[in-house]
Design a protein around this ligand. Sequence first.
Ligand SMILES: Cc1ncc(COP(=O)(O)O)c(C=O)c1O
Length: 436
Amino acid sequence: MGNSLLQKELVDRKIRELRVPDIGKASIREIVALVNMVEEETGFKYVRMEMGVPGLPPAEVGINAEIEALKRGVASIYPMVDGIKPLKEEASRFIKNFMDVEVSPKCCVPTVGSMQGTYAAFMAVGNIDKEKDTTLFIDPGFPVQKQQMMVIGQKYETFDVFNFRGEKLREKLESYLSKGNINSIVYSNPNNPSWICLTEEELQIIGELAVKYNVVVIEDLAYFAMDFRKDLYTPGKPPYQATVAKYTDKYILFISSSKIFSYAGQRCAVMAISDSLFNNEFPDLQERFKSSTFGNTLTLKILYALTSGTCHSAQWALAAMLKAANNGDFNFVDSVKEYGEKAKIMKKIFLENGFNLVYKKDLDEPIADGFYFTVGYPGMTGAELVKNLLYFGISAIGLSETGSNEEGIRACVSFVKRDQFGELEQRLKLFNENFS
Ligand SMILES: Cc1ncc(COP(=O)(O)O)c(C=O)c1O
């Protein structure tokens, strides 16, 4: 490599200080730490694409409701473990309005971010049936969920959906489910990191097989309604956010305030458990947690033990944001469309400088522009690309970290400001001149 933007030795020294064996395979937080160290020593500013931090201001309606709640004194009162009533009711309405799915308020439970929701859910589904000790991830996926499995000490299997789109998904899923050890299927939709959106046909396949093999579907909707190819904001009217809930009655939906309402700092989400699953009794689960139904186990045993509920004032904020969206007063989809617009420009800059898109289609349709996209560079592995881009002032994570078998990186658009596009272009041009 000839003309890197940063001194290679300096970046390498920082990598050694961080004690990460292969920076190309580092976690999000490790890349964050490295870039902070280099920026601190040099004063140089990176184009940062490694972490999915919302780059927009938090929804005003949430802030106001939270301030009011605090002034009313909720800070001194423990919230109910299964959530305050207005939040449960608005969450149920939201699911009806924007997904056309019925989940009772009772079954809509706040969690400390979807992070806590999936942690608790993995624990519950992992103990439903002693014969079924493994969770199946449809990858690529959000790396921290695998870390959750590791921390809990539960088993998982995974496959990259890249070559198994459409009808091919059926056979692939069935090859795992037919073994009889799978308790649940997990995926995010839209997908972090690839931004593929599973089609209605694919969701139907997942739902049908979940019924056939009696497994729970864990549908992570962290980027709810952010498939900007369709306008998904008209309360009570189609088109709706696509969901597996149309095809199975044993599901858990995760709706996070972090990205759709830019409310990540307050760590508040809703876990919506289908009524059928909530009320179901599983003898093995009852034995393990000395509990009754699935819903009561998840809330009154697991969530109670983990945090005894979710921040009281943040629940009021989320209730207010959902209510405003339900009432047609807050078009939350419009407020995050900026991500899609930035992605379109950033993708173009990458493609003009020798890069190629890795995940590029949902069957016949080009993928949407949204919060993330994936790119590769000819002749470079994903790990090499992560490392080489670091010398050119650009940070991202490698796709191998996400369970993908493809070579490339995940680019997150949220933290890159529009006034950095010029720098991004110059750096990628220099990068391409060095490596082409
Ligand atoms: C797919 C996915 N699930 C869950 C989360 C975490 O959500 P929360 O902030 O609500 O914990 C993220 C955040 O990046 C995500 O990308």
